[in-house]
Design a protein around this ligand. Structure first.
Ligand code: GRG
Length: 301
């Protein structure tokens, strides 16, 4: 069965997840290549776990834009490597200090702190290698734009900046606008980048359409975080594959602490509706993006 012939969303997503696991295995250095322990820890942190939401968003946007699978595989791998690095570093004692991730001991618990630090560093470098080793767009200037996009989304004006804001506000009450600022950066920036990078692998798209795709990413990225906050408060550790109730334990400001669970769920539903609205003009070509939007707000883990 090819990925495109899988008609239902679950079939499409599973086929991509399965195929992409092999892609990642191939892109990551083998664990018998020196330094073996670092490479084993990189593979441990990236493979065999995670919902692969960001890669699926890149594939869906790539399919919308008529992109080659080999190209979207590279941008999806780059984004997933950045995401995996952020989880490894986030779990370290100097940040969230957690012991469970994706149903397994966190990287620094399974290996050690120095290795976890180097896993994050190396995954970040490998992510950018993914974007420059092969042509991803007929226009080299566009490929440069793609590299910059991922750099900004993951750096101090994106994910890492959002994490700094998060760490600086532990134990504090934030306004809704401040919470939104934090999550648009910490969680939303990489989700947005996944969608645009997938689209940039395909044919040229008018700026207005790209802006609508980006608006979908902005809304669904924020919805992802609101749902994450609700799940942290309401789901159990076994279902999540990470320690539940961690936000309350760490005295973190969340949508649930600020608005209460009922209002937070309402907010997720509103963001979901706004996200879907921005895909209207794409018709059936945006079907997978819509379905991913549904999955993001309805997920249970
Ligand atoms: C360390 C630079 C740096 C950044 C860390 C992403 C992040 C920033 C921290 C993770 C903490 C966290 C739980 C954030 C909430 C949203 C989020 C990114 C959840 C994890 O993403 P999922 O649910 O994870 O997509 P899987 O394991 O499915 O890939």
């Amino acid at each position: 069965m090819t990925v495109n012939s899988a008609d239902d969303f679950q079939g499409w997503a599973s086929a991509h997840q399965c195929r992409f696991e092999a892609v990642l295995k191939n892109f990551l250095p083998a664990d018998d290549i020196a330094p073996q322990r670092l490479h084993a820890a990189m593979r441990y942190s990236v493979l065999d776990g995670g919902k692969r939401v960001r890669p699926l968003l890149a594939f869906a946007a790539g399919e919308l834009a008529g992109a080659d699978q080999a190209k979207t595989d590279r941008v999806a791998a780059a984004v997933e490597m950045i995401h995996a690095y952020s989880l490894v570093h986030d779990d370290m004692p100097c940040m969230d200090d957690d012991v469970l991730r994706r149903g397994k001991p966190t990287c620094h618990v399974e290996y050690d702190e120095a290795t976890a630090l180097l896993v994050g560093d190396s995954l970040q470098s490998l992510a950018f290698q993914m974007l420059v080793e092969q042509p991803l767009n007929a226009n080299p200037a566009m490929q440069l734009k793609m590299v910059r996009l991922l750099a900004v989304a993951s750096g101090s004006r994106g994910m890492a900046g959002g994490q700094a804001f998060d760490l600086a506000n532990v134990g504090k009450q934030l306004s809704l606008a401040e919470l939104e600022f934090m999550h648009i950066h910490k969680t939303g920036a990489l989700i947005r980048a996944a969608i645009l990078l997938g689209a940039y692998c395909g044919g040229e798209m008018p700026d207005a359409q790209l802006a609508r795709l980006d608006h979908f990413g902005k809304c669904i990225g924020l919805a992802f975080q609101v749902v994450d906050d609700v799940l942290d408060a309401e789901a159990d550790t076994a279902t999540l594959g990470k320690t539940a109730g961690k936000d309350a334990d760490n005295d973190k400001p969340t949508y649930v602490t600020l608005l209460g669970a009922v209002e937070a769920k309402k907010m997720a539903a509103e963001l979901h509706a706004e996200a879907l609205q921005s895909l209207d003009e794409f018709g059936s070509a945006a079907r997978r993006l819509r379905e991913l939007g549904d999955f993001i707000v309805m997920r249970k883990y």
